[in-house]
Design a protein around this ligand. Structure first.
Ligand code: ADP
Ligand code: MG
Length: 258
């Protein structure tokens, strides 16, 4: 369809995201002589969601940190929209690939708006007024327009995590990584954040989501990757993986978590 013919986005809603492809080829990561992630390869199509599941200590967090080079890979490559991450300035790479953690690490003495705007003026060098304007849009994106002036302590855990997600979205990333983003939340707050994440995926963001929420993985993932002891043991569509696990290790894992 010709872009000129596209209807404008509904008022008050940001247009859909344009997620890039992400490809991992033989990615390995180590702590000293301890190989924590070994030879991981998979592809995430633009605008699709990949959920990474697996036991504690299997290397999921390290894998995500390797993707945006918070942890420098030992070997292998990460391709973002076909471009090698190893050739990019790390700060630039981290603008293109956002990461949301379990612990949101907001600045306690800043408002929600400034928590989002700070990165824009500090990292991106945007003028303050423009940064605040974009931060406001990012907060609206996560349903927090009304809370822009609140400090973290006056927000629920779920709202704080939404601010952290807005902070990542404000950088206009091409890919979003989530590392157990709902694990620290009170149970009643989990669903709202998962729904927000699913909505980002539906609107075209490319996402890699490490999660213990098997319901979310079933519902929102285009692909599920099961890791154990630093390796990808099994990978496929959620229906196949959850209904017909092939490896004894995945069968055991599912019998423990489902
Ligand atoms: P997961 O996120 O799946 O729980 P991690 O990536 O956190 O797994 O950890 C994978 C392995 O790396 C574990 O054996 C863990 O003990 C080890 N590890 C994690 N962080 C460090 C570190 N800073 N130094 C040494 N080993 C680490
Ligand atoms: Mg982890």
């Amino acid at each position: 369809m010709n872009h000129a013919d596209s209807p404008p986005p509904p008022s008050g809603r940001t247009p859909a995201f344009h997620g890039s492809s992400l490809e991992l080829t033989g990615l390995s990561l180590a702590y000293g002589s301890f190989d924590v992630v070994r030879d991981v390869s998979f592809e995430v199509r633009p605008g699709s969601t990949t959920c990474v599941i697996g036991p504690s200590g299997s290397g999921k967090s390290t894998l995500l940190r390797g993707i945006n080079r918070l942890h420098e890979p030992k070997s292998g490559e990460v391709l973002v929209a076909g471009e090698a991450a190893s050739t990019m300035v790390p700060e630039k790479l981290r603008q293109r690939i956002g990461l949301v953690f379990q612990h949101f690490n907001l600045f306690p003495d800043h408002t929600a708006l400034d928590n989002v705007a700070l990165a824009l003026w500090k990292v991106k060098g945007m003028p303050r007024a423009a940064a605040r304007e974009r931060a406001g849009r990012a907060l609206a994106e996560v349903g927090l327009a009304e809370r822009a002036g609140h400090r973290p302590r006056d927000l629920s855990g779920g709202q704080q995590q939404r601010v952290a997600i807005a902070r990542a979205l404000a950088m206009e990333p091409e890919v979003m990584l989530f590392d157990e983003a709902t694990s620290a939340l009170d149970p009643e707050l989990v669903k709202g954040v998962l729904n927000l994440m699913a909505g980002l995926g539906e609107r075209g963001m490319t996402m890699v989501v490490v999660t213990h929420e098997m319901g979310f993985a079933r519902r929102a993932a285009d692909q599920v990757v099961f890791m154990d002891e630093g390796e990808v043991v099994e990978r496929g569509a959620p229906e196949a993986l959850f209904e017909r696990p092939q490896s004894p290790r995945l069968q055991r894992f599912l019998s423990e978590v489902l």
